[in-house]
Ligand binder design. Structure first.
Ligand code: ZN
Length: 263
């Protein structure tokens, strides 16, 4: 007790004497951008990614992914940033979310899913990152208030573009921590369960990919490059599922097969 009160007094003294500087330092590390700032940042990011991405425009494929995504969103804990879903023509097994809620799903990923529950698991995981605003959080915490203001208020669009290029190159937006991954997996398992999909589909999809391609190499290393399917993640998912009450699950395949035929 004594050491605590001594520490508290020292902190109080430090705050009194160093004044604003101390507070500025604290608020700088705790800074979190607003949802409006997050949306603006996201728009900048998408503008840059657009140069490298080929969108799938087949309305049947796009609405399948959008309907699946919106259904999962409806069963998820949700958040202040609403998701939007896009399909990208790319053979790499990947999907990713950018700040502002846009989720991109590669055709390679859709193709690799055995059933709709497996695909839903990946999309629900991305929803977890959107709901918890992980990308925006990383940019906020690592770059600070001044940087974000510069980013969204910058009148020189060339300068803003350069800042976003740097952020993308440094992987600040997708450099998720283990805690982030667990949080996203946690949301994904609960969302699948609530929507009636078998949450073990996440586990089976990871397992199949690792068995097929080997851990951390080749295709699997590009699979969710920022969130690789590690053994620890698989065990975590299994543990979460075991805690859920029994339920009859769906693992539908028919609609997915039709979509896979089209891509
Ligand atoms: Zn992730």
């Amino acid at each position: 007790v004594r050491s605590f009160s001594r520490l508290a007094m020292l902190m109080l003294l430090a705050m009194t004497f160093s004044g604003c500087q101390q507070f500025a330092a604290i608020s700088e590390t705790m800074f979190m951008m607003s949802t409006t700032q997050e949306l603006e940042l996201g728009q900048e990011v998408i503008q840059q990614l657009n140069a490298e991405m080929q969108y799938v425009n087949d309305p049947v494929v796009v609405s399948y992914i959008q309907d699946l995504g919106r259904k999962l969103w409806a069963y998820s804990p949700q958040g202040p940033v609403e998701p939007r879903f896009h399909v990208i023509r790319n053979d790499e097994l990947n999907s990713f979310a950018v700040p502002g809620g846009d989720i991109f799903v590669h055709t390679g990923l859709i193709d690799a899913a055995e059933d709709e529950a497996e695909l839903a698991g990946v999309i629900a995981h991305e929803l977890g990152h959107v709901i918890r605003r992980h990308g925006a959080q990383h940019v906020s915490h690592q770059m600070g208030l001044e940087f974000v203001q510069q980013l969204v208020l910058g009148e020189d669009s060339g300068q803003v573009a350069q800042l976003v290029t740097q952020l993308l190159a440094a992987g600040v937006m997708t450099n998720y921590s283990r805690e982030d991954e667990q949080e996203a997996d946690d949301i994904a398992v609960r969302t699948l369960y609530a929507a009636g999909y078998d949450p073990m589909a996440m586990h089976s999809f990871f397992q199949k990919l690792v068995q097929q391609y080997g851990e951390q190499t080749g295709v699997v290393s590009t699979l969710f490059a920022s969130h690789p399917p590690t053994t620890a993640r698989m065990e975590y998912v299994q543990q979460l599922v075991r805690q859920l009450p029994n339920k009859t699950y769906q693992r539908p395949t028919q609609r997915l097969r039709e979509i896979q035929e089209r891509i």
